[in-house]
Ligand binder design. Structure first.
Ligand code: PSV
Ligand code: MN
Length: 384
């Protein structure tokens, strides 16, 4: 039993986002921190630290144009030298004046063309970096009733998605991300998993849905969505983070570790640990140090997954079949209430790592080194 759990945990890879290493904040203030990277190469170096101490974060997601470089093949080679690889390529059609009324759903065909060209350029970058995943999020929507034609915007969206789909190579896929609201306040063109699912279903197997845990209304049962999408073969991945109010982008598992456990239980139950689901973090660290923030988040996902794997499935099935409501609930809670930290520490030692990645990073001197070295130049930040 423990052998199986350990094997499943060893295979669990969590992708960190390049943008987590840069400065970030709210629309009120971005706080600069010492030692923050000044370019994508330095972001990869920081991401490699997370992998070095956890052994569980071997890939890094890029965001274009925030991570624009002259030579993407060279960036991928740099990643390899550091012991990591390039993960998902995230498109960005939300930070240009032209996109004020939308990108691929904009009423102006010239803006739509520009947005589509960017998405296609992202597939070129996938080719150059060896990435198999394109992540699409559209900030498109409207603020006022009557502002634009809701149905026509769906037609425009479908047209753009279809063009991107046709451009994908045999080993490439795109993940369509939904978000309830923000920046649009009245309608959002991909507001929920149902909309994303319907578009992906029409297109075929290379189009899947990505669940950003911060993108739901309060009280939404995210594990139900996970179970449903997995059953349909349409769960492509996660953007993990935590929320208290809206899209807070806090460390995954910080706000509601029990929810993360319930999600990971459905992932394990539905075969998602073996089905190519991408476990990505999409977080910003506004007030906490960035590399330890990522390390802690990776550990939080590992702990939730270990607990999910500890669920006694036979006992659960028996209780469910027998209508034993409290017994079934107790099986889940027993697993959730187990302290899995010793198991994970043991596994790290078996892999030649320190048992406590947070302490190991703090002791490594890496922060002092980058704080001393990275002076001058412009620090990377949210939006660059
Ligand atoms: C949008 O809120 C989002 O979740 C998308 O994934 C973007 O690419 C990302 O945040 C930017 O941080
Ligand atoms: Mn996201």
């Amino acid at each position: 039993m423990t052998t199986d759990i350990k094997a499943a945990l060893r295979a669990l890879h969590i992708e960190t986002p390049s943008w987590a290493y840069g400065n970030s904040g709210t629309r009120f203030k971005v706080f600069a921190q010492r030692g923050v990277p000044r370019d994508p190469y330095e972001k990869l170096a920081d991401a490699a630290q997370v992998h070095a101490h956890t052994g569980a974060a071997p890939t890094v997601a890029l965001h274009i144009p925030w991570d624009k470089v002259a030579d993407y093949g060279d960036l991928a080679a740099h990643a390899r030298d550091l012991g990591v690889g390039i993960g998902a390529i995230n498109s960005n059609v939300f930070q240009d004046d032209d996109y004020m009324l939308g990108s691929v759903t904009n009423p102006d065909p010239a803006v739509r063309r520009k947005a589509l060209d960017h998405l296609l350029e992202c597939v070129d970058i996938m080719d150059a970096t060896g990435s198999g995943t394109l992540k699409l999020w559209f900030s498109d929507g409207t603020n006022y009733p009557g502002q634009d034609d809701i149905r026509a915007r769906q037609d425009r969206l479908a047209e753009a998605l279809s063009a991107v789909y046709d451009r994908l190579g045999a080993d490439q896929r795109f993940l369509l991300e939904y978000k309830l609201f923000e920046p649009a306040f009245y309608t959002t063109d991909v507001p929920d998993w149902g909309t994303a699912y319907a578009h992906c279903l029409r297109l075929g197997p290379k189009a899947q849905v990505v669940v950003d845990t911060g993108h739901h209304a309060p009280g939404v049962n995210i594990e139900f969505i996970v179970a449903f999408l997995l059953r349909e073969g349409k769960l492509g991945g996660f953007d993990f983070n935590s929320r208290f109010y809206a899209d807070d982008d806090l460390m995954v598992g910080a706000a509601d570790p029990f929810q993360l456990f319930r999600i990971m239980y459905e992932v394990a139950r539905g075969g998602g640990l073996e089905a190519g689901v991408a476990f990505m973090l999409d977080q910003c660290h506004n007030i906490e140090p960035k590399i330890p923030g990522q390390i802690r988040s990776v550990m939080n996902v590992q702990e939730a997954t270990a607990k999910a794997l500890l669920v006694d499935r036979d006992a659960l099935a028996a209780a469910q079949a027998g209508g034993d409501v409290l017994g079934a609930n107790a099986v889940l809670m027993d697993a959730y209430n187990t302290d899995v930290r010793p198991l994970l520490a043991e596994m790290r030692e078996e892999a030649g790592l320190a048992p406590d990645p947070m302490a190991a990073y703090a002791k490594s001197g890496y922060f002092e080194k980058i704080a001393a070295e990275r002076v001058g130049g412009t620090q990377a930040g949210w939006g660059a």
